[in-house]
Design a protein. Structure first.
Length: 251
């Protein structure tokens, strides 16, 4: 019984909006012609790679190839997710733009304040998926645990967490993979769980100063580049590492 009233209400609302539209005077729009930013001449080797059409095409076609394999797996169960579609569009966009620099410039012009997050988040989580599914995180954690004692386990946990965090900047994602290994090792060696867990947390946070992924929104607002704040964050990393390691040894 509710459906007829719903459609009657929508119909009346549309007529009312049309009536308002006829009574209002249009506002003149003056839109300037859009022009893409011109790419500057590459100077350093890194800039040359960013401007390389061949490199971007190889990367883009690898993305399309990976999409093809994943699509072939999911087509049988008709499971095409938004993430898979976004993955396809990323590969196509990089190929169409012709270079990484052109692609980044286009994204920066369209969504300047969050462009770094939009581009890097999928790549970082892709790296996390590779490290998790190939067992690399477990291998790194198991290696440090295998050479540890009750005294040195927090120290090696600190360093292993810092190393993993460079490739997996997601604290939650790193805990899911590395956390159970640390907890099990602490129980076997008789290390207090709070101390082992905090060692993992310290190592996870300290190398954020080396790759300030957390600062992407701040960089977008301040218009700074990562290389301009790295000298300061590196000092924080060195000093804080000394403090954390001393605390883990003495407490």
């Amino acid at each position: 019984m509710e459906c007829p009233y719903f459609f009657i209400g929508c119909h009346c609302s549309i007529h009312y909006l049309v009536f308002l539209g006829k009574k209002s005077s249009p506002t003149a729009l003056h839109l300037s012609e859009y022009q893409m930013q011109k790419e500057h001449t590459a100077i350093t080797q890194a800039e040359k790679l960013d401007s390389s059409k061949g490199l971007s095409n190889v990367f883009g076609f690898l993305v399309l190839l990976a999409f093809g394999f994943r699509y072939a797996e999911d087509i049988a169960v008709l499971k095409i997710t938004p993430n898979l579609i976004n993955f396809l569009m990323l590969g196509l966009a990089i190929i169409v733009h012709g270079s990484f620099r052109s692609f980044i410039n286009a994204v920066s012009e369209s969504i300047a304040d969050v462009s770094g997050i939009l581009i890097q988040f999928p790549l970082y989580f892709g790296i996390m998926g590779v490290m998790k599914n190939t067992g690399m995180v477990s291998f790194i954690a198991d290696f440090f645990v295998s050479i540890s004692t009750a005294t040195t386990l927090p120290i090696f946990t600190f360093f292993s967490a810092g190393l993993v965090n460079i490739f997996v900047p997601s604290g939650g994602g790193q805990w899911v993979v590395q956390g159970p290994i640390v907890v099990e090792s602490a129980i076997k060696l008789g290390v207090p769980l709070p101390k082992a867990i905090m060692a993992l947390a310290y190592g996870d946070q300290i190398t954020n100063m080396l790759q300030p992924f957390w600062a992407l929104p701040l960089l977008g607002i301040t218009k700074l580049k990562a290389k301009e704040i790295l000298p300061y964050t590196l000092i924080v990393m060195v000093v804080a590492s000394a403090v954390y390691l001393l605390g883990l040894l003495l407490l």
